[in-house]
Design a protein around this ligand. Structure first.
Ligand SMILES: CC(C)(COP(=O)(O)OP(=O)(O)OC[C@H]1O[C@@H](n2cnc3c(N)ncnc32)[C@H](O)[C@@H]1OP(=O)(O)O)[C@@H](O)C(=O)NCCC(=O)NCCSC(=O)c1cc(O)c2ccccc2c1O
Length: 327
C-alpha cells in the first residue's frame, strides 16, 4: 500500500551497463531474443502493483515495533521492512529478533516463494547496528547484556530455501551492507549508497561481511572497501558485482516485484537447489548440509525412498533390487 509511495522520487535512467547483458541471461527489463519463445508461451510478467497485507504473527506475542511484515495478496511474495527510518533503519537487538520471526514465518509459509527485504523510506535500506545500543559486549536493548544477533540473521537468510531480494534505496552501510550482501539478489535504486563503516566506528564484520564480499567483488576490492571504508554509488556497486540491477528510485518496488514474479513462474525446487548449491562451495560443512538436506527431502518423495520406510514399518525386508543403478 504505502510502500510504493515510500520509494517515489524524480526519475533517472536505468543503468545501461549490466554484466548479464553479455551472458545468456538478460535482466528482466531487457527484451532478449533468447527469451522470446518462452515469453510467447508464458506471456509478459504482470506489472500491476501488488496489494500488500500486513501480517501479524502469533496474537499472544506483542506486535512488531521495529519492522513491518507484509504479504502480497494472491501472490507468493512476502515483504519484510526495517521500520526505523529516523535512525536510517539501524538495527537494535529487538529489530533483529523481529526480523528473524518474520523470516521464519516466510520460510514456513508454503504459499511464499520469494521474500523482499527492505528499509522504510528512501533514505536508507539499513545503516547497520544502532551505535547508541552498542556496549562492551555487543548491542543491548531491553535486557542488560550485549549480543551480536545479526550474525544469526545473516545465517538465516543464507540458509533460507527461498530467494531473498534486497530492495535498496539510500544507504546500505555497515552491518546494513552485510545484510544486503547475504541476500540472494540486490535491486538498487539510483540513490543507493553502499559501503562498510566498521573501521571508522571501531567495528568490523570479519565473518560473512568479509568472506562473502570477497567472493562477490574479489579480494582486492574487498580490502579496499574495508580498509578505506569509502562509500560507493549504485552504479559503482553494480560495476563491482555487488548489485544485480540499478533502477530509478520511483521504479524500485515495481522492478523488484517484477523479478519476484518472474522467479515465481519457475520451479521452486530448482531454485532451492540452485541456492543451496551456489552457497555450498563457500559455506563448508554447513553449506553441504543444506544441499544434502535438499537431496534427502527430494529422495523421500521417491518410490525407492518409500520402499525403505514402508518396509521398516511393515517389518519386512526392503526390495531395492527393482530400482535401477543409473549410469
Ligand atoms: C547512514 C549515514 C551515512 C546517513 O547519513 P545522513 O547524513 O543521511 O543521516 P544522519 O547521519 O544525520 O543520520 C540520521 C539520524 O540517524 C542516526 N543514525 C544513523 N545511523 C545510525 C546508526 N548506525 N546507529 C545509530 N544511529 C544512527 C544518526 O545519528 C541521526 O540521528 P540524530 O539523532 O543525530 O539526528 C550515517 O548516519 C552513518 O554513517 N551512520 C552510521 C553507520 C555506521 O557506522 N553503522 C554501524 C557499523 S558497525 C555495524 O553495523 C555492525 C553491527 C553488528 O551487529 C555487527 C556484528 C558482528 C560484527 C560486526 C558488526 C558490525 O560492524
Amino acid at each position: 500500500m504505502a510502500s510504493v509511495a515510500n520509494h517515489l522520487m524524480p526519475g533517472h535512467q536505468i543503468s545501461p551497463s549490466h554484466p548479464a547483458l553479455f551472458g545468456a541471461i538478460a535482466p528482466s527489463n531487457c527484451s532478449s531474443p533468447l527469451d522470446d519463445s518462452y515469453r510467447r508461451t508464458h506471456g509478459e510478467v504482470p506489472s500491476h502493483p501488488p496489494v500488500w497485507k500486513t501480517v501479524s504473527l502469533d496474537e499472544s506475542v506483542k506486535g512488531f515495533a521495529d519492522i513491518i511484515y507484509e504479504k502480497a495478496v494472491g501472490e507468493g511474495i512476502a515483504k519484510i521492512t526495517i521500520n526505523r527510518p529516523e535512525r536510517r533503519n539501524a538495527f537494535r537487538p529487538q529489530t533483529v529478533k523481529e526480523l528473524m520471526r518474520a523470516f521464519n514465518d516466510a520460510r514456513d509459509d508454503i504459499s511464499v516463494g520469494v521474500i523482499i527485504f527492505t528499509g522504510k523510506g528512501t533514505e536508507a535500506f539499513c545503516s547497520g547496528g544502532d551505535q547508541s545500543f552498542r556496549g562492551k559486549n555487543g548491542y543491548a536493548d531491553y535486557d542488560n547484556f550485549g549480543r551480536l544477533n545479526v550474525l544469526d540473521l545473516q545465517v538465516q537468510i543464507r540458509r533460507l530455501p527461498k530467494p531473498v531480494i534486497a530492495m535498496v534505496a539510500g544507504y546500505a552501510v555497515g552491518g546494513g551492507h552485510v545484510l544486503h550482501m547475504v541476500c540472494d539478489l540486490t535491486i538498487a535504486a539510483n540513490n543507493a549508497v553502499f559501503g562498510q563503516t566498521g573501521p571508522k566506528v571501531g567495528s568490523f564484520d570479519a565473518g560473512y561481511g568479509a568472506s562473502i564480499m570477497s567472493r562477490l567483488i574479489g579480494p582486492k576490492r574487498a580490502r579496499e572497501m574495508w580498509y578505506l571504508s569509502k562509500f560507493y554509488t549504485a552504479s559503482e556497486a553494480e560495476k563491482m558485482g555487488l548489485v544485480n540491477m540499478v533502477v530509478p528510485l520511483e521504479k524500485l518496488e515495481q522492478e523488484t516485484v517484477k523479478w519476484c514474479r518472474e522467479m515465481l513462474r519457475n520451479s521452486p525446487t530448482a531454485i532451492r537447489l540452485c541456492k543451496s548449491a551456489i552457497n555450498a562451495a563457500d559455506d563448508g560443512h554447513a553449506g553441504l548440509q543444506a544441499l544434502a538436506g535438499d537431496a534427502t527431502l527430494m529422495f523421500y518423495g521417491t518410490e525407492e525412498g518409500n520402499e525403505g520406510r514402508s518396509s521398516y514399518l511393515q517389518h519386512k525386508k526392503p526390495d531395492f533390487s527393482k530400482f535401477p543403478r543409473l549410469p
